[in-house]
Write a protein that binds this ligand. Structure first.
Ligand code: URA
Length: 231
């Protein structure tokens, strides 16, 4: 990427930041101290996505600045990365009062900002931190304990990426075994960053066209007397 492209990307991210800072799309803007846009490198190959800002993040306007954030920093250093090389964001940009779970209306209002961040930054790998971000971004109800540490391929913000579900660092702080698993899963990130980007996933129309094509090429059309089987 040329310096001009990189500068334009940063500029567009700053524009989005201003939009988020002034956002009033959901009632959380009334209770937040500061919106937490996310922070890091606009050219990052790696994005981390947590759930929502906590009390300290709300005060500072920065993501993962509490104890969970410190652990995230340590784990990054262990794999030879720093916060300045990655981008760290949350699904919600405003703190839910008392750290309650995000409500559907809040997610609906806020998730377009995350998709725009992914579209602008163009990462290769997106690591979801914890159950909430994992379920939302994978589009699956399967919990983090069953999917953690195994890279998946997903289309996010119009971009095909590796998605690596990870335990939330706050859960790792509570349970040493979880911390160990999180550390092991972090160790897989450097190799994942080197893997060739997956081919874009076929669109629904392409899949339907493919299925229709296969049905005519490989299978004879059902005879009239078989049609009853299909309701
Ligand atoms: N937990 C999160 O999910 N995000 C933060 O920014 C901090 C704690």
């Amino acid at each position: 990427m040329s310096a001009a492209d990189a500068a334009e990307r940063r500029e567009r991210l700053v524009e989005l930041y201003r939009e988020v800072a002034d956002c009033t799309r959901c009632p959380l803007h009334e209770t937040r101290t500061k919106a937490v846009f996310g922070a890091g490198n606009a050219d990052a190959d790696l994005i981390f996505v947590g759930e929502a800002p906590g009390a300290e993040e709300d005060r500072q306007g920065l993501p993962f600045v509490g104890r969970a954030g410190q652990l995230l920093n340590e784990l990054l250093v262990e794999i030879g990365l720093s916060r300045e090389q990655v981008f760290i964001a949350n699904v919600l940009k405003s703190r839910p009062p008392g750290n309650r779970d995000p409500l559907p209306l809040e997610i609906q209002a806020c998730e377009p900002y995350l998709w725009k961040q992914v579209r602008l930054i163009e990462p290769r790998v997106v690591c979801t931190l914890g159950n909430f971000a994992t379920k939302l971004l994978t589009g699956s109800p399967t919990g983090i304990s069953r999917v953690r540490g195994e890279a998946q391929v997903h289309e996010l913000g119009g971009r095909t990426v590796f998605l690596l579900p990870l335990f939330h660092p706050a859960a790792a702080l509570r349970t040493p075994a979880v911390k160990q698993q999180l550390r092991e899963d972090f160790a897989t990130i450097p190799a994942l960053l080197e893997r060739p980007l997956p081919e874009p996933l076929p669109s629904r129309q392409e899949l339907e066209a493919e299925e229709a094509g296969e049905a005519t090429a490989a299978e004879p059309a059902p005879r009239d007397d078989q049609l009853g089987f299909f309701g």
